[in-house]
Design a protein around this ligand. Sequence first.
Ligand code: NAD
Length: 405
Amino acid sequence: MKRKVCVVGLGYIGLPTAALLASKGHQVMGVDINRKAVDTINSGQIHIVEPDLDAFVQAAVAHGNLRADTSPTSADVFIIAVPTPFHEGGAIPQPNIDIVMEATRSIAPFVKPGNLVILESTSPVGTTRQVADILRSFGVDTDQLFIAYCPERVLPGKIMTELVENDRVVGGLTPEASRIVAEFYRGFVRGDVLETEAACAEMCKLTENSFRDVNIAFANELSMICDKQGIDVWKVIALANRHPRVNILQPGAGVGGHCIAVDPWFIVASDPDNARLIRTAREVNNHKSEWVVDKVRTAAQGWRAARGSEPTIICLGLAFKPDIDDLRESPALEIALDLKSKGYAVQAVEPNIENHASLDVVTLEDAVKQEALFVLLVKHRQFLRPEMAAVLRSKGALDFCGASN
Ligand SMILES: NC(=O)c1ccc[n+]([C@@H]2O[C@H](COP(=O)([O-])OP(=O)(O)OC[C@H]3O[C@@H](n4cnc5c(N)ncnc54)[C@H](O)[C@@H]3O)[C@@H](O)[C@H]2O)c1
């Protein structure tokens, strides 16, 4: 059944979802408070970097199935995909669902009986119920709606494929809401669509990201232990993973992004007494970035002792993971900024962005012409090309992301 869908928040999750739904023939209205993003989308272009998304958006806008605006309109289905950050500061960062609540208030005047209201933003347990409370406070009869939580699991860089292929969890506020909303997703998802209740689906998403954070913390802890003992952690992990029941993730410069580095705090904040492992994992992963800064400073001291001058430090990669332009919560960015704040001359190579407000961004080609202290922070494909890898090796690049393995 073709429907009118209103997608609120047109970022990495909302825009691909809107474009995919439009490609399936739904009439999609995308809403974002960012006027520039709205204008870009209405011109058939995109404001974020994501493979294949541009073709989907261009086709959807050209066919008249997708249009964007800065305020919502009536629809059959409302999907909320706005950010869910945390409040900075304090030993345990607290979830901030203000934007979800704001987005809910913005759709409230347009919601009618029989509508589906779906929250996709990664949210602390209880948020879907709060969405219903907000709608009720606007006089909406929520018993007449199908309200559900449906977390997103896509991998940036593969969003258009994973939106279709991944299994999805749908947690309704009622079993009927789960069923009706799951039916909607089955219209465009090839993976299984699994029905549960809202709180279980909310916890499920937080659990997935916390699982990865804990596993990476294990790898990061191991990397520091191995470094002290002169052992190659990448080899250790590759060999250990040949055990049929061992699957250790890869260490890196820390853990970033607005999911894995954020969502575990939502669990910790909800139950600090019991969430000890999850909290420690967050702390280990944050500490790893500080450890990297210390290692670079030690190398800079060695450079000074050997050459009598301070090195220029060239940070290779700023994004929170390979081959994307997303710098949110990026440990690589934090490391580069921290080194700069400590008085070092820092340059950055980030092939996925053109410039940065606080850092001198140079091209890889210009970077490798220099005599400098090279620090590999992100495994971008440009750094892995055999000839480039050889150049970086010859320059003694410090590798914190396994680019030379
Ligand atoms: N990006 C991912 O890979 C990913 C994966 C899984 C889950 N998530 C979750 O999905 C949610 C959205 O993440 P994202 O990466 O798309 O964020 P994003 O920052 O890329 O996009 C969010 C968009 O919402 C807009 N916005 C903010 N307030 C708004 C409002 N009141 N009304 C309308 N638009 C508003 C912003 O302008 C922005 O364009 C978050 O909860 C995130 O944790 C993201």
